[in-house]
Design a protein around this ligand. Structure first.
Ligand SMILES: Nc1ncnc2c1ncn2[C@@H]1O[C@H](COP(=O)(O)OP(=O)(O)OP(=O)(O)O)[C@@H](O)[C@H]1O
Ligand SMILES: N[C@@H](Cc1ccc(O)cc1)C(=O)O
Length: 317
């Protein structure tokens, strides 16, 4: 696959594609990053951005993973000690998922976010940013946003300054990070900082059809047992001939096919026999046309996802 194609596959948007092309022409090894608030469960949604980082490494990017302990603390996710312990667990999950520790820089927020130069930039940005704008940028990211704390208004400014502090060219995140990234693109130049190109991945659906989220219990986590995985997928929302909010077709699109390249879906002869797909589009077309039954698809998702997650379980032991 061509480098650019690899970088943008399965992305929901790139801001902007022209800037990305220019970046890849200008720099041999551009730097890309994702930041994660440490989370007790690393799920298939988080794994989507991890897949993108693996794509970026394959396309010659340097990759930075920010374990955003201070951000999690500011966003009411626990004490600093708690989030720091979870950050280490998350780093191990990402390595088990295939991010080569030799080639990936793992950085803790608290390693540099209290340095005077960093803090000064955050405060300068605070002078230029209205409360309304900071608040809106947090709509999809902040906890309990009907009654936000001042810490949650500092949060997006810090995320913008991270991009400069970590010397990042390409900021990657789920599409829920979009408003913070737009704030960064607008405010960074006023401080003489280089704004990033941004790449946003889609939001993957949870087992009940809503957004997959650690706080909603509708997730598949990377270290679920084979037994749990099977139970979860077999009872997942998966309407026939419909891919809207369908977590099972999305698992094929975003995880199984990109990782395995091609899959064979096993079926008894009387239901059409085995069928092999090397492109998601072909699978989708068959599913929409009613040529693939939800139960066959689910059983196959269990088999293939198990193949992907087994080494992760072993490493996380
Ligand atoms: N369902 C999802 N699909 C794709 N990406 C996701 C999904 N959920 C979270 N992410 C991405 O993972 C990162 C961390 O998100 P976040 O901490 O909000 O996860 P979460 O599971 O929704 O947590 P919580 O339920 O505690 O809010 C963000 O970059 C976000 O874009
Ligand atoms: N905002 C991200 C976490 C993050 C924090 C700091 C960053 O620089 C980048 C990302 C989230 O929702 O989880």
């Amino acid at each position: 696959m061509e480098r650019l194609e690899l970088v943008i596959r399965n992305a929901e948007e790139v801001v902007t594609l022209d800037e990305l092309k220019a970046l890849m022409e200008a720099k041999e090894r551009p730097r890309g990053y994702v930041g994660y608030e440490p989370s007790g469960k690393v799920h298939m949604g988080h794994m989507l951005t991890a897949n993108k980082l693996i794509d970026l490494q394959a396309a010659g990017f340097q990759v930075v993973v920010l374990l955003a302990d201070l951000h999690a603390y500011l966003n009411e996710k626990g004490t600093l000690e708690e989030v720091r312990a979870t950050a280490d667990y998350n780093r191990d999950c990402f390595i088990a998922l295939g991010l080569d520790p030799e080639k990936t820089e793992f950085v803790y927020g608290t390693d540099y976010q209290l340095e005077p130069e960093y803090v000064k930039n955050v405060l300068k940005m605070a002078r230029n940013t209205t409360l309304n704008r900071a608040r809106r940028s947090m709509d999809e990211v902040g906890r309990n946003m009907d009654n936000p704390h001042v810490s949650q208004m500092i949060y997006p400014l810090m995320q913008a300054v991270d991009i400069a502090a970590l010397r990042v060219d390409l900021a990657v995140g789920g599409i829920d990070q979009r408003k913070i990234h737009m704030l960064a693109r607008e405010e960074m130049p006023k401080l003489g900082l280089q704004p990033p190109v941004c790449l946003h991945t889609p939001i993957i659906s949870g087992l009940n059809g809503g957004k997959m989220s650690s706080s909603k219990g509708n997730y598949i986590s990377v270290d679920d047992s084979a037994e749990d995985l099977e139970k979860k997928i077999i009872s997942a929302y998966c309407p026939a001939k419909d891919i809207e909010g369908n977590p099972v077709t999305e698992l094929f699109k975003y995880h199984i096919l990109p990782r395995l390249g091609a899959v064979t879906i096993r079926r008894p002869e009387k239901f059409g026999g085995d069928v092999t797909y090397d492109k998601y589009e072909a699978l989708e077309a068959d599913y929409l046309a009613g040529k693939m039954h939800p139960l066959d698809l689910k059983k196959s998702a269990v088999e293939h996802l198990n193949a992907i997650l087994e080494p992760v379980r072993e490493k996380m032991g």
